[in-house]
Design a protein around this ligand. Structure first.
Ligand code: HEC
Length: 145
């Protein structure tokens, strides 16, 4: 093995080590990157945002929504929608159509006031299908006050 080859091996090894470090860091900080939601099993909804949940009560939407919720919302709103107190407990949100519209607006725009991001906007990250799957899941977890 000549000098250049061993040099390349050393460089390759340090690159691998550096990458491992980044991966470890990412895991240590938990699931904070928004996760893409696979909604191919649900009817397509088009580009125009609907005001009311077209998947209300749809078991497939509830299942997809549950996984989307646990990957994207649970870190603030609590696992299975049981809030630990840092964000509202979404099980108490009313289940009517007016709240459907409020829900999709909240998820798309997030909660940003005076430059403070209480909740990040999910517009462009969550498809319309994913937002209504999330809503279907939240409604399935509803409890009366
Ligand atoms: C970084 C933390 C965080 C994440 C992640 C987050 N939220 Fe929130 N969310 C909040 C906070 C904090 C509020 C209350 C904001 C306020 O003061 O208005 C809130 C408010 C809401 C509201 C309005 C509740 C109400 O009672 O008015 C809805 C609906 C909501 N979030 C849904 C979601 C969904 C669905 C997701 C996942 C796609 C999500 N949030 C992800 C922190 C978060």
């Amino acid at each position: 093995m000549n000098l250049n080859t061993s040099k390349s091996i050393l460089i390759a090894l340090s690159l691998v080590t550096a990458c491992l470090g980044v991966v470890t860091l990412a895991y240590a900080h938990g699931d904070v990157t928004p996760q893409a939601v696979d909604t191919h099993e649900l009817p397509k909804l088009g580009a125009e945002w609907l005001e009311a949940n077209p998947y209300k009560g749809n078991p497939t939407a509830i299942r997809i929504g549950a996984s989307a919720y646990n990957q994207n919302c649970a870190r603030c709103h609590g696992l299975e929608a049981v809030s630990g107190g840092i964000a509202p407990d979404l099980r108490h949100l009313p289940t009517d159509a007016a709240t459907d519209e409020y829900f999709q607006g909240s998820v798309r725009r997030g909660k940003v006031r005076n430059g403070n991001v209480y909740m990040p906007p999910f517009e462009g990250i969550m498809s319309q299908e994913a937002v209504w799957a999330l809503r279907s899941y939240i409604v399935s977890r509803h409890i009366e006050d």
